[in-house]
Design a protein around this ligand. Structure first.
Ligand code: M6R
Length: 593
Protein backbone atom coordinates (compact mmCIF):
# COMPACT_ATOMS: atom_id res chain seq x y z
CA UNK A 1 0.00 0.00 0.00
CA UNK A 2 1.09 3.58 -0.63
CA UNK A 3 3.42 4.69 -3.36
CA UNK A 4 6.61 6.67 -2.94
CA UNK A 5 8.59 8.61 -5.51
CA UNK A 6 11.84 10.57 -5.30
CA UNK A 7 13.98 12.69 -7.62
CA UNK A 8 17.43 14.24 -7.37
CA UNK A 9 19.14 16.06 -10.23
CA UNK A 10 19.14 19.41 -11.97
CA UNK A 11 15.47 19.66 -12.97
CA UNK A 12 12.50 20.80 -10.98
CA UNK A 13 11.98 17.44 -9.25
CA UNK A 14 8.32 18.22 -8.55
CA UNK A 15 7.57 17.51 -12.24
CA UNK A 16 8.78 13.87 -12.33
CA UNK A 17 7.57 13.29 -8.77
CA UNK A 18 3.99 14.42 -9.48
CA UNK A 19 4.12 12.44 -12.70
CA UNK A 20 5.36 9.36 -10.81
CA UNK A 21 2.69 9.73 -8.13
CA UNK A 22 0.00 9.74 -10.78
CA UNK A 23 1.40 6.48 -12.12
CA UNK A 24 1.57 4.97 -8.64
CA UNK A 25 -1.90 6.06 -7.61
CA UNK A 26 -3.05 2.45 -7.99
CA UNK A 27 -1.12 1.77 -4.76
CA UNK A 28 -3.29 4.12 -2.72
CA UNK A 29 -5.35 7.21 -3.37
CA UNK A 30 -6.69 8.52 -0.07
CA UNK A 31 -4.38 11.53 -0.07
CA UNK A 32 -1.01 12.62 -1.39
CA UNK A 33 1.85 15.00 -0.74
CA UNK A 34 5.25 16.20 -1.90
CA UNK A 35 8.26 17.95 -0.38
CA UNK A 36 11.08 19.61 -2.30
CA UNK A 37 14.32 21.18 -1.28
CA UNK A 38 15.11 24.40 -3.06
CA UNK A 39 18.10 26.58 -2.10
CA UNK A 40 18.29 25.37 1.45
CA UNK A 41 14.60 25.27 2.30
CA UNK A 42 12.08 22.44 2.25
CA UNK A 43 8.71 23.35 0.82
CA UNK A 44 5.77 20.95 0.91
CA UNK A 45 2.21 20.46 -0.24
CA UNK A 46 -0.36 17.91 0.99
CA UNK A 47 -3.86 17.22 -0.20
CA UNK A 48 -6.67 14.83 0.68
CA UNK A 49 -8.09 12.90 -2.30
CA UNK A 50 -6.70 11.58 -5.56
CA UNK A 51 -3.85 13.30 -7.35
CA UNK A 52 -5.41 12.53 -10.77
CA UNK A 53 -6.54 15.99 -11.88
CA UNK A 54 -3.75 17.97 -10.18
CA UNK A 55 -1.54 19.99 -12.51
CA UNK A 56 1.67 21.41 -11.11
CA UNK A 57 1.93 24.30 -13.58
CA UNK A 58 -1.64 25.38 -12.93
CA UNK A 59 -2.30 24.39 -9.31
CA UNK A 60 1.07 25.02 -7.68
CA UNK A 61 3.17 27.02 -10.18
CA UNK A 62 5.72 28.26 -7.63
CA UNK A 63 6.55 24.85 -6.24
CA UNK A 64 10.03 23.62 -7.21
CA UNK A 65 13.20 21.96 -5.96
CA UNK A 66 15.97 19.76 -7.34
CA UNK A 67 15.56 17.23 -4.56
CA UNK A 68 12.02 16.07 -4.17
CA UNK A 69 9.99 13.27 -2.58
CA UNK A 70 6.31 12.39 -2.94
CA UNK A 71 3.77 9.96 -1.56
CA UNK A 72 0.32 8.66 -2.43
CA UNK A 73 -1.41 7.14 0.59
CA UNK A 74 -3.60 4.18 1.46
CA UNK A 75 -4.40 4.85 5.11
CA UNK A 76 -3.39 2.33 7.75
CA UNK A 77 -2.54 4.33 10.88
CA UNK A 78 -4.68 7.44 11.30
CA UNK A 79 -7.62 8.67 9.25
CA UNK A 80 -7.60 10.26 5.83
CA UNK A 81 -6.58 13.81 6.75
CA UNK A 82 -4.06 16.33 5.51
CA UNK A 83 -2.14 15.99 8.78
CA UNK A 84 -1.77 12.24 8.31
CA UNK A 85 -0.71 12.46 4.69
CA UNK A 86 2.98 12.31 3.87
CA UNK A 87 5.66 13.72 3.85
CA UNK A 88 6.16 13.84 7.62
CA UNK A 89 8.64 16.15 9.27
CA UNK A 90 11.02 16.39 12.21
CA UNK A 91 10.29 18.99 14.93
CA UNK A 92 12.63 21.49 13.28
CA UNK A 93 11.06 20.77 9.84
CA UNK A 94 14.52 20.04 8.44
CA UNK A 95 13.91 16.36 7.71
CA UNK A 96 11.08 15.17 5.45
CA UNK A 97 10.17 11.51 5.04
CA UNK A 98 7.80 9.51 2.84
CA UNK A 99 7.12 5.91 3.84
CA UNK A 100 5.37 2.81 2.57
CA UNK A 101 4.94 -0.02 5.07
CA UNK A 102 4.05 -0.41 8.72
CA UNK A 103 6.27 0.36 11.70
CA UNK A 104 5.15 -2.18 14.25
CA UNK A 105 6.97 -0.70 17.27
CA UNK A 106 5.93 2.89 16.58
CA UNK A 107 3.96 3.33 19.78
CA UNK A 108 6.94 2.48 21.95
CA UNK A 109 9.28 4.63 19.81
CA UNK A 110 6.84 7.52 19.89
CA UNK A 111 6.59 7.35 23.70
CA UNK A 112 10.40 7.49 23.98
CA UNK A 113 10.63 10.38 21.54
CA UNK A 114 7.84 12.29 23.29
CA UNK A 115 9.69 11.81 26.56
CA UNK A 116 12.63 13.54 24.89
CA UNK A 117 10.41 16.48 23.95
CA UNK A 118 9.41 15.61 20.38
CA UNK A 119 6.04 16.97 19.32
CA UNK A 120 3.97 14.91 16.88
CA UNK A 121 1.47 16.33 14.41
CA UNK A 122 -0.16 13.16 13.07
CA UNK A 123 -1.48 9.78 14.19
CA UNK A 124 0.73 7.91 11.73
CA UNK A 125 3.42 5.35 12.45
CA UNK A 126 5.58 7.08 9.82
CA UNK A 127 6.05 10.29 11.74
CA UNK A 128 8.42 8.67 14.21
CA UNK A 129 10.98 8.25 11.38
CA UNK A 130 11.89 11.95 10.85
CA UNK A 131 11.94 12.46 14.62
CA UNK A 132 14.23 9.47 15.10
CA UNK A 133 16.57 10.80 12.40
CA UNK A 134 16.52 14.21 14.06
CA UNK A 135 17.49 12.56 17.34
CA UNK A 136 20.40 10.70 15.70
CA UNK A 137 21.59 13.93 14.04
CA UNK A 138 21.76 15.51 17.50
CA UNK A 139 24.26 12.77 18.37
CA UNK A 140 26.53 14.26 15.66
CA UNK A 141 25.98 11.65 12.98
CA UNK A 142 25.89 12.75 9.36
CA UNK A 143 22.60 12.27 7.47
CA UNK A 144 23.34 8.80 5.96
CA UNK A 145 24.44 7.45 9.37
CA UNK A 146 21.52 9.09 11.16
CA UNK A 147 19.08 7.52 8.68
CA UNK A 148 20.78 4.14 8.89
CA UNK A 149 20.72 4.14 12.70
CA UNK A 150 17.10 5.28 12.77
CA UNK A 151 16.14 2.48 10.38
CA UNK A 152 17.84 -0.05 12.63
CA UNK A 153 15.46 0.94 15.44
CA UNK A 154 12.40 0.16 13.32
CA UNK A 155 10.47 -3.09 13.49
CA UNK A 156 8.08 -3.88 10.66
CA UNK A 157 8.31 -2.92 7.03
CA UNK A 158 9.40 0.18 5.22
CA UNK A 159 10.37 1.74 1.94
CA UNK A 160 11.38 5.32 2.66
CA UNK A 161 12.52 8.44 0.88
CA UNK A 162 14.35 10.98 3.07
CA UNK A 163 15.53 14.52 2.35
CA UNK A 164 17.13 17.11 4.59
CA UNK A 165 17.29 20.87 4.47
CA UNK A 166 21.04 20.74 5.25
CA UNK A 167 22.18 18.10 2.72
CA UNK A 168 22.18 17.78 -1.06
CA UNK A 169 21.35 14.10 -1.02
CA UNK A 170 18.28 11.91 -1.32
CA UNK A 171 18.18 8.68 0.67
CA UNK A 172 16.00 5.70 -0.10
CA UNK A 173 15.88 2.44 1.84
CA UNK A 174 13.75 -0.66 2.03
CA UNK A 175 12.82 -3.60 4.20
CA UNK A 176 9.69 -5.56 3.40
CA UNK A 177 8.25 -2.93 1.03
CA UNK A 178 9.46 -2.46 -2.54
CA UNK A 179 11.76 0.32 -3.71
CA UNK A 180 13.45 0.72 -7.07
CA UNK A 181 16.27 3.11 -7.95
CA UNK A 182 16.18 4.61 -11.45
CA UNK A 183 19.50 5.71 -12.91
CA UNK A 184 19.18 8.56 -15.38
CA UNK A 185 21.64 10.89 -17.01
CA UNK A 186 23.03 12.94 -14.10
CA UNK A 187 19.82 12.35 -12.18
CA UNK A 188 18.28 9.60 -10.04
CA UNK A 189 14.78 8.46 -9.24
CA UNK A 190 13.18 6.41 -6.52
CA UNK A 191 9.89 4.64 -7.00
CA UNK A 192 7.80 1.95 -5.33
CA UNK A 193 7.46 0.52 -8.79
CA UNK A 194 9.20 1.00 -12.14
CA UNK A 195 6.35 2.81 -13.99
CA UNK A 196 6.88 5.70 -11.51
CA UNK A 197 9.90 6.85 -13.53
CA UNK A 198 9.99 4.68 -16.67
CA UNK A 199 9.36 7.81 -18.74
CA UNK A 200 12.81 9.06 -17.72
CA UNK A 201 14.96 5.93 -17.53
CA UNK A 202 14.80 2.18 -17.96
CA UNK A 203 18.05 1.50 -16.07
CA UNK A 204 17.19 0.34 -12.58
CA UNK A 205 18.46 -1.25 -9.41
CA UNK A 206 15.87 -3.24 -7.47
CA UNK A 207 16.89 -2.52 -3.91
CA UNK A 208 17.08 -5.62 -1.80
CA UNK A 209 16.05 -6.14 1.83
CA UNK A 210 17.89 -3.81 4.23
CA UNK A 211 19.53 -1.83 1.46
CA UNK A 212 19.88 1.92 1.45
CA UNK A 213 20.62 4.12 -1.59
CA UNK A 214 22.45 7.40 -1.04
CA UNK A 215 21.99 9.63 -4.08
CA UNK A 216 24.30 12.60 -4.35
CA UNK A 217 23.31 15.66 -6.35
CA UNK A 218 26.70 17.40 -6.63
CA UNK A 219 28.76 14.34 -7.58
CA UNK A 220 25.91 12.84 -9.60
CA UNK A 221 26.74 9.53 -7.93
CA UNK A 222 25.00 6.83 -5.96
CA UNK A 223 26.05 4.43 -3.21
CA UNK A 224 24.16 1.34 -2.09
CA UNK A 225 24.80 0.36 1.53
CA UNK A 226 23.70 -2.52 3.73
CA UNK A 227 21.70 -0.98 6.58
CA UNK A 228 22.81 -3.67 9.05
CA UNK A 229 26.51 -3.97 8.25
CA UNK A 230 27.11 -0.49 6.78
CA UNK A 231 29.08 -2.16 3.98
CA UNK A 232 28.97 -0.73 0.47
CA UNK A 233 27.36 -3.06 -2.07
CA UNK A 234 27.54 -3.30 -5.82
CA UNK A 235 24.15 -4.51 -7.08
CA UNK A 236 23.46 -5.19 -10.72
CA UNK A 237 21.81 -2.57 -12.94
CA UNK A 238 18.87 -4.07 -14.81
CA UNK A 239 17.29 -2.83 -18.02
CA UNK A 240 13.51 -2.75 -18.08
CA UNK A 241 11.93 -4.04 -21.26
CA UNK A 242 8.39 -2.76 -20.65
CA UNK A 243 7.66 0.22 -22.82
CA UNK A 244 6.07 3.28 -21.30
CA UNK A 245 3.19 2.66 -23.65
CA UNK A 246 2.64 -0.70 -21.98
CA UNK A 247 2.41 1.07 -18.64
CA UNK A 248 0.08 3.78 -19.91
CA UNK A 249 -3.54 3.80 -21.00
CA UNK A 250 -2.70 3.89 -24.71
CA UNK A 251 -5.76 5.90 -25.68
CA UNK A 252 -8.24 3.87 -23.63
CA UNK A 253 -10.45 5.55 -21.04
CA UNK A 254 -9.30 3.22 -18.25
CA UNK A 255 -6.44 0.85 -17.51
CA UNK A 256 -9.03 -1.85 -16.84
CA UNK A 257 -10.28 -1.95 -20.43
CA UNK A 258 -6.77 -1.53 -21.82
CA UNK A 259 -5.54 -4.46 -19.75
CA UNK A 260 -8.51 -6.67 -20.65
CA UNK A 261 -7.87 -5.97 -24.33
CA UNK A 262 -4.25 -7.08 -23.94
CA UNK A 263 -5.25 -10.60 -22.89
CA UNK A 264 -4.74 -12.40 -26.22
CA UNK A 265 -1.25 -10.92 -26.41
CA UNK A 266 -0.59 -11.96 -22.80
CA UNK A 267 -1.46 -15.58 -23.64
CA UNK A 268 0.88 -15.37 -26.61
CA UNK A 269 3.67 -14.47 -24.19
CA UNK A 270 2.88 -17.47 -21.99
CA UNK A 271 2.88 -19.75 -25.03
CA UNK A 272 6.46 -18.67 -25.68
CA UNK A 273 7.69 -19.38 -22.15
CA UNK A 274 11.11 -21.13 -22.18
CA UNK A 275 10.73 -24.92 -22.23
CA UNK A 276 13.78 -25.28 -19.99
CA UNK A 277 12.26 -23.08 -17.33
CA UNK A 278 9.05 -25.10 -17.45
CA UNK A 279 10.99 -28.35 -17.19
CA UNK A 280 12.92 -27.08 -14.15
CA UNK A 281 9.67 -26.06 -12.47
CA UNK A 282 8.04 -29.38 -13.40
CA UNK A 283 10.90 -31.31 -11.86
CA UNK A 284 10.44 -29.37 -8.59
CA UNK A 285 6.79 -30.41 -8.66
CA UNK A 286 7.63 -34.03 -9.42
CA UNK A 287 10.11 -34.34 -6.61
CA UNK A 288 7.85 -32.76 -3.97
CA UNK A 289 6.12 -34.91 -1.41
CA UNK A 290 3.22 -32.50 -0.84
CA UNK A 291 2.31 -29.44 -2.86
CA UNK A 292 0.49 -26.34 -1.65
CA UNK A 293 -0.56 -23.39 -3.77
CA UNK A 294 -0.52 -20.20 -1.73
CA UNK A 295 -1.84 -16.84 -2.97
CA UNK A 296 -4.42 -14.11 -2.33
CA UNK A 297 -7.53 -12.83 -4.09
CA UNK A 298 -7.52 -13.27 -7.82
CA UNK A 299 -4.13 -14.99 -7.77
CA UNK A 300 -5.60 -17.53 -5.35
CA UNK A 301 -8.46 -18.21 -7.76
CA UNK A 302 -5.86 -18.84 -10.48
CA UNK A 303 -4.13 -21.17 -8.00
CA UNK A 304 -7.41 -23.02 -7.39
CA UNK A 305 -7.75 -23.44 -11.14
CA UNK A 306 -4.18 -24.78 -11.24
CA UNK A 307 -5.01 -27.30 -8.51
CA UNK A 308 -7.99 -28.62 -10.54
CA UNK A 309 -5.82 -28.94 -13.66
CA UNK A 310 -3.08 -30.76 -11.73
CA UNK A 311 -5.70 -33.13 -10.30
CA UNK A 312 -7.55 -33.76 -13.55
CA UNK A 313 -4.61 -33.86 -15.94
CA UNK A 314 -1.67 -34.95 -13.80
CA UNK A 315 -3.30 -36.95 -10.98
CA UNK A 316 -1.65 -34.68 -8.44
CA UNK A 317 -3.25 -33.74 -5.15
CA UNK A 318 -2.51 -30.08 -4.56
CA UNK A 319 -4.02 -28.00 -1.78
CA UNK A 320 -4.75 -24.31 -2.29
CA UNK A 321 -4.43 -22.10 0.78
CA UNK A 322 -5.16 -18.40 1.06
CA UNK A 323 -1.80 -16.84 2.02
CA UNK A 324 -3.32 -15.09 5.03
CA UNK A 325 -4.38 -18.50 6.39
CA UNK A 326 -1.07 -20.19 5.67
CA UNK A 327 0.42 -19.59 9.17
CA UNK A 328 -2.14 -22.08 10.55
CA UNK A 329 -0.64 -24.80 8.36
CA UNK A 330 3.02 -23.92 8.85
CA UNK A 331 3.59 -26.65 11.45
CA UNK A 332 2.62 -29.28 8.87
CA UNK A 333 5.12 -28.16 6.22
CA UNK A 334 8.39 -30.03 5.93
CA UNK A 335 11.56 -30.18 3.85
CA UNK A 336 10.16 -32.31 1.04
CA UNK A 337 7.19 -30.04 0.43
CA UNK A 338 6.77 -27.50 -2.34
CA UNK A 339 4.93 -24.22 -1.98
CA UNK A 340 3.77 -22.73 -5.28
CA UNK A 341 2.99 -19.06 -4.79
CA UNK A 342 1.08 -16.98 -7.32
CA UNK A 343 1.20 -13.19 -7.33
CA UNK A 344 0.89 -10.40 -9.83
CA UNK A 345 2.81 -7.82 -7.82
CA UNK A 346 5.19 -10.14 -6.00
CA UNK A 347 4.82 -7.78 -3.04
CA UNK A 348 1.70 -9.08 -1.28
CA UNK A 349 2.67 -9.18 2.39
CA UNK A 350 0.72 -12.36 3.22
CA UNK A 351 2.37 -14.19 0.33
CA UNK A 352 5.86 -13.02 1.32
CA UNK A 353 5.19 -14.10 4.89
CA UNK A 354 4.12 -17.54 3.62
CA UNK A 355 7.40 -17.80 1.71
CA UNK A 356 9.39 -16.96 4.85
CA UNK A 357 7.43 -19.50 6.79
CA UNK A 358 7.91 -22.16 4.06
CA UNK A 359 11.64 -21.54 4.11
CA UNK A 360 11.68 -21.78 7.91
CA UNK A 361 10.22 -25.26 7.50
CA UNK A 362 12.79 -26.16 4.86
CA UNK A 363 10.24 -26.36 2.02
CA UNK A 364 11.04 -25.14 -1.49
CA UNK A 365 9.20 -22.24 -3.11
CA UNK A 366 8.26 -21.97 -6.78
CA UNK A 367 6.58 -18.69 -7.73
CA UNK A 368 4.42 -17.59 -10.63
CA UNK A 369 4.99 -13.87 -10.52
CA UNK A 370 4.45 -10.97 -12.88
CA UNK A 371 6.78 -8.26 -11.63
CA UNK A 372 10.42 -8.68 -12.47
CA UNK A 373 12.67 -7.84 -9.53
CA UNK A 374 9.81 -8.11 -7.02
CA UNK A 375 10.45 -9.35 -3.49
CA UNK A 376 8.67 -12.63 -4.23
CA UNK A 377 10.78 -13.26 -7.29
CA UNK A 378 13.93 -12.78 -5.29
CA UNK A 379 12.82 -14.80 -2.29
CA UNK A 380 11.75 -17.85 -4.30
CA UNK A 381 13.89 -20.90 -5.05
CA UNK A 382 12.57 -20.69 -8.58
CA UNK A 383 10.17 -18.39 -10.38
CA UNK A 384 8.27 -18.34 -13.66
CA UNK A 385 7.54 -14.85 -14.97
CA UNK A 386 3.93 -14.61 -16.08
CA UNK A 387 4.80 -11.70 -18.42
CA UNK A 388 1.38 -10.07 -18.39
CA UNK A 389 3.18 -6.70 -18.48
CA UNK A 390 2.43 -3.90 -16.03
CA UNK A 391 -1.03 -4.24 -14.53
CA UNK A 392 -2.08 -0.85 -13.19
CA UNK A 393 -5.84 -1.20 -12.66
CA UNK A 394 -6.51 -2.28 -9.09
CA UNK A 395 -8.60 -5.12 -10.48
CA UNK A 396 -6.52 -8.00 -11.70
CA UNK A 397 -7.65 -9.14 -15.15
CA UNK A 398 -4.84 -9.93 -17.57
CA UNK A 399 -2.64 -11.21 -14.74
CA UNK A 400 -5.36 -13.79 -13.88
CA UNK A 401 -5.49 -15.06 -17.44
CA UNK A 402 -1.68 -15.26 -17.59
CA UNK A 403 -1.56 -17.17 -14.29
CA UNK A 404 -4.15 -19.69 -15.52
CA UNK A 405 -2.20 -20.02 -18.78
CA UNK A 406 1.04 -20.67 -16.89
CA UNK A 407 -0.64 -23.47 -14.92
CA UNK A 408 -1.76 -25.00 -18.22
CA UNK A 409 1.83 -24.90 -19.51
CA UNK A 410 3.14 -26.42 -16.27
CA UNK A 411 0.54 -29.18 -16.40
CA UNK A 412 1.38 -29.90 -20.05
CA UNK A 413 5.09 -30.04 -19.15
CA UNK A 414 4.37 -32.46 -16.32
CA UNK A 415 2.46 -34.61 -18.81
CA UNK A 416 5.48 -34.48 -21.14
CA UNK A 417 3.66 -32.61 -23.91
CA UNK A 418 4.46 -28.90 -24.01
CA UNK A 419 3.08 -28.66 -27.54
CA UNK A 420 -0.35 -29.76 -26.32
CA UNK A 421 -0.26 -26.89 -23.80
CA UNK A 422 0.55 -24.43 -26.57
CA UNK A 423 -2.36 -25.68 -28.70
CA UNK A 424 -4.80 -25.35 -25.81
CA UNK A 425 -3.64 -21.81 -25.15
CA UNK A 426 -3.93 -20.94 -28.82
CA UNK A 427 -7.63 -21.88 -28.68
CA UNK A 428 -8.06 -19.82 -25.51
CA UNK A 429 -6.23 -16.88 -27.09
CA UNK A 430 -8.39 -16.90 -30.23
CA UNK A 431 -11.53 -17.24 -28.16
CA UNK A 432 -10.59 -14.27 -25.97
CA UNK A 433 -9.84 -12.21 -29.07
CA UNK A 434 -13.31 -13.12 -30.38
CA UNK A 435 -15.02 -12.24 -27.10
CA UNK A 436 -13.21 -8.91 -26.96
CA UNK A 437 -14.33 -8.11 -30.50
CA UNK A 438 -17.88 -8.80 -29.43
CA UNK A 439 -17.20 -6.42 -26.60
CA UNK A 440 -18.71 -3.47 -28.34
CA UNK A 441 -21.85 -5.54 -28.88
CA UNK A 442 -24.71 -4.07 -27.02
CA UNK A 443 -25.49 -7.38 -25.38
CA UNK A 444 -22.89 -7.08 -22.59
CA UNK A 445 -23.56 -3.38 -22.09
CA UNK A 446 -27.32 -3.97 -22.08
CA UNK A 447 -26.96 -6.68 -19.45
CA UNK A 448 -24.67 -4.44 -17.38
CA UNK A 449 -27.23 -1.65 -17.59
CA UNK A 450 -30.04 -3.96 -16.50
CA UNK A 451 -28.22 -5.48 -13.54
CA UNK A 452 -26.37 -2.36 -12.35
CA UNK A 453 -29.05 -1.63 -9.75
CA UNK A 454 -29.63 -5.11 -8.33
CA UNK A 455 -28.53 -5.72 -4.73
CA UNK A 456 -27.14 -9.24 -5.31
CA UNK A 457 -25.54 -11.23 -8.12
CA UNK A 458 -24.54 -14.89 -7.88
CA UNK A 459 -22.42 -17.19 -10.02
CA UNK A 460 -22.20 -20.96 -10.16
CA UNK A 461 -19.65 -23.33 -11.63
CA UNK A 462 -18.34 -26.83 -11.04
CA UNK A 463 -14.83 -28.26 -11.11
CA UNK A 464 -12.53 -25.99 -13.12
CA UNK A 465 -15.32 -23.43 -13.29
CA UNK A 466 -15.78 -23.15 -9.52
CA UNK A 467 -12.80 -20.73 -9.43
CA UNK A 468 -14.45 -18.88 -12.38
CA UNK A 469 -17.58 -18.35 -10.26
CA UNK A 470 -15.47 -17.00 -7.38
CA UNK A 471 -13.30 -14.80 -9.60
CA UNK A 472 -16.23 -13.49 -11.67
CA UNK A 473 -17.98 -12.38 -8.47
CA UNK A 474 -14.78 -10.89 -7.03
CA UNK A 475 -14.50 -8.71 -10.15
CA UNK A 476 -18.13 -7.60 -9.90
CA UNK A 477 -18.03 -6.79 -6.19
CA UNK A 478 -14.67 -5.00 -6.33
CA UNK A 479 -15.67 -2.57 -9.02
CA UNK A 480 -19.45 -2.18 -8.71
CA UNK A 481 -19.93 -2.58 -4.91
CA UNK A 482 -22.80 -4.97 -5.63
CA UNK A 483 -22.84 -7.98 -3.34
CA UNK A 484 -21.70 -10.83 -5.60
CA UNK A 485 -21.00 -14.38 -4.48
CA UNK A 486 -19.79 -17.44 -6.33
CA UNK A 487 -20.75 -21.00 -5.41
CA UNK A 488 -19.85 -24.51 -6.49
CA UNK A 489 -23.04 -25.70 -8.22
CA UNK A 490 -23.29 -28.72 -5.95
CA UNK A 491 -23.21 -26.53 -2.84
CA UNK A 492 -26.36 -24.59 -3.73
CA UNK A 493 -28.71 -27.08 -2.09
CA UNK A 494 -26.66 -26.98 1.12
CA UNK A 495 -27.78 -23.45 1.90
CA UNK A 496 -27.17 -20.76 -0.72
CA UNK A 497 -30.27 -21.64 -2.74
CA UNK A 498 -32.33 -19.94 -0.02
CA UNK A 499 -30.94 -16.64 -1.33
CA UNK A 500 -32.50 -17.08 -4.75
CA UNK A 501 -35.50 -14.86 -5.35
CA UNK A 502 -37.29 -13.71 -8.51
CA UNK A 503 -35.12 -11.70 -10.88
CA UNK A 504 -31.76 -12.27 -9.17
CA UNK A 505 -29.01 -12.61 -11.81
CA UNK A 506 -27.11 -15.91 -11.67
CA UNK A 507 -24.14 -16.41 -13.95
CA UNK A 508 -23.74 -20.06 -14.88
CA UNK A 509 -20.31 -21.17 -16.14
CA UNK A 510 -20.60 -24.30 -18.27
CA UNK A 511 -17.67 -26.21 -19.80
CA UNK A 512 -17.62 -29.31 -22.02
CA UNK A 513 -15.59 -31.17 -19.42
CA UNK A 514 -18.16 -33.70 -18.28
CA UNK A 515 -19.67 -31.40 -15.64
CA UNK A 516 -22.15 -29.73 -18.00
CA UNK A 517 -25.19 -31.86 -17.13
CA UNK A 518 -24.79 -31.22 -13.40
CA UNK A 519 -24.23 -27.49 -13.67
CA UNK A 520 -27.16 -27.14 -16.07
CA UNK A 521 -29.42 -28.88 -13.53
CA UNK A 522 -28.16 -26.43 -10.91
CA UNK A 523 -29.06 -23.64 -13.32
CA UNK A 524 -32.56 -25.21 -13.63
CA UNK A 525 -32.86 -25.25 -9.84
CA UNK A 526 -32.22 -21.52 -9.55
CA UNK A 527 -34.34 -20.77 -12.60
CA UNK A 528 -37.25 -22.66 -11.01
CA UNK A 529 -36.99 -20.18 -8.13
CA UNK A 530 -37.15 -17.16 -10.41
CA UNK A 531 -33.45 -16.44 -11.09
CA UNK A 532 -32.38 -14.78 -14.31
CA UNK A 533 -29.83 -17.26 -15.65
CA UNK A 534 -26.95 -15.88 -17.68
CA UNK A 535 -25.12 -18.73 -19.39
CA UNK A 536 -21.41 -18.47 -20.16
CA UNK A 537 -21.19 -21.73 -21.97
CA UNK A 538 -19.75 -23.72 -24.87
CA UNK A 539 -23.30 -24.21 -26.14
CA UNK A 540 -26.68 -22.59 -25.73
CA UNK A 541 -29.39 -24.13 -23.54
CA UNK A 542 -33.03 -23.35 -22.97
CA UNK A 543 -32.37 -22.64 -19.30
CA UNK A 544 -30.39 -19.51 -20.20
CA UNK A 545 -32.15 -16.15 -20.24
CA UNK A 546 -29.03 -14.72 -21.87
CA UNK A 547 -26.29 -16.67 -23.56
CA UNK A 548 -22.60 -15.75 -23.95
CA UNK A 549 -20.67 -18.28 -26.06
CA UNK A 550 -17.18 -19.63 -25.29
CA UNK A 551 -15.08 -22.08 -27.25
CA UNK A 552 -15.51 -25.74 -26.31
CA UNK A 553 -12.07 -26.08 -24.74
CA UNK A 554 -12.81 -28.75 -22.11
CA UNK A 555 -11.17 -28.06 -18.75
CA UNK A 556 -9.45 -25.05 -20.31
CA UNK A 557 -12.75 -23.26 -21.08
CA UNK A 558 -12.45 -21.04 -17.94
CA UNK A 559 -9.47 -19.15 -19.41
CA UNK A 560 -11.68 -17.39 -21.94
CA UNK A 561 -14.98 -17.61 -20.01
CA UNK A 562 -13.74 -15.28 -17.29
CA UNK A 563 -13.38 -12.42 -19.79
CA UNK A 564 -17.17 -12.03 -19.95
CA UNK A 565 -17.40 -11.35 -16.23
CA UNK A 566 -14.50 -8.88 -16.42
CA UNK A 567 -16.42 -7.02 -19.14
CA UNK A 568 -19.72 -7.21 -17.26
CA UNK A 569 -18.01 -5.85 -14.13
CA UNK A 570 -16.39 -3.04 -16.13
CA UNK A 571 -19.61 -1.95 -17.80
CA UNK A 572 -21.56 -2.08 -14.53
CA UNK A 573 -18.94 0.28 -13.04
CA UNK A 574 -19.33 2.67 -15.98
CA UNK A 575 -23.10 2.45 -15.67
CA UNK A 576 -22.83 3.40 -12.00
CA UNK A 577 -20.35 6.19 -12.83
CA UNK A 578 -17.64 4.53 -10.74
CA UNK A 579 -13.92 4.63 -11.51
CA UNK A 580 -13.03 1.05 -12.50
CA UNK A 581 -9.30 1.66 -12.05
CA UNK A 582 -9.57 2.81 -8.46
CA UNK A 583 -12.35 1.15 -6.51
CA UNK A 584 -12.98 2.47 -3.00
CA UNK A 585 -10.96 1.08 -0.09
CA UNK A 586 -8.68 -1.03 -2.29
CA UNK A 587 -5.04 -0.81 -3.33
CA UNK A 588 -3.21 -2.69 -6.02
CA UNK A 589 -0.46 -4.17 -3.88
CA UNK A 590 -1.50 -5.25 -0.43
CA UNK A 591 1.81 -4.83 1.36
CA UNK A 592 0.26 -4.98 4.83
CA UNK A 593 -0.75 -8.12 6.69
O1 M6R B 1 -0.34 -8.86 -6.43
P1 M6R B 1 -1.08 -10.10 -6.05
O2 M6R B 1 -1.46 -10.94 -7.20
O3 M6R B 1 -0.35 -10.92 -5.00
O4 M6R B 1 -2.41 -9.58 -5.37
C1 M6R B 1 -3.31 -10.46 -4.76
C2 M6R B 1 -4.64 -9.80 -4.49
O5 M6R B 1 -4.49 -8.73 -3.62
C3 M6R B 1 -5.29 -9.30 -5.79
O6 M6R B 1 -5.46 -10.33 -6.71
C4 M6R B 1 -6.66 -8.67 -5.49
O7 M6R B 1 -7.56 -9.63 -5.06
C5 M6R B 1 -7.15 -7.92 -6.73
N1 M6R B 1 -7.68 -6.65 -6.35
C6 M6R B 1 -8.17 -8.66 -7.50
O8 M6R B 1 -8.71 -7.94 -8.56
Amino acid sequence: MCGIVGYIGKKNGAIPVIDGLKRLEYRGYDSWGIAAKDSGRIDFHKQVGKIGAFELAKDLPEFSGNICIGHTRWATHGGVTEANSHPHFSCDNKIAVVHNGIIENYQELRKNLEAKGHKFRSQTDTEIIPHLIEEKLKEKHNLPSAVRLALKDLEGSYAVGVISQDDDILIGARKGSPLVLGIGNGEFFLGSDVPAFLKYTNKVIFLDENQMAILDQKNQSYKIMDVNTNKQLNPEIATIEWSLDEAEKGGHPHFMIKEMLEQPYVIEKTISVEANELKKAASMIKSAERIYIVACGTAMHAGMYGAYIFALRNNLIVQTISAGEFPYFEHLISTNDLIITVSQSGETADVLEAVRSAHRSGAKVLSLVNVMGSSLMRMSDMFLLTKAGPEICVLSTKAYVSQQAMFVMLSATLAGDITAGKKILQIAKNDIAKILKLMSLDKIKKLAREIATVPNIYAIGRGVNYPSALEGCLKIKEVSYIHAEGFAGGDLKHGPISLIEPGVPVLAFVANDGSDKEILSNAMEVKARGARVIGISFENNQVFDEYFPVAANGVYTPISAIVYTQLIAYFIALEKKLDPDKPRNLAKSVTVK
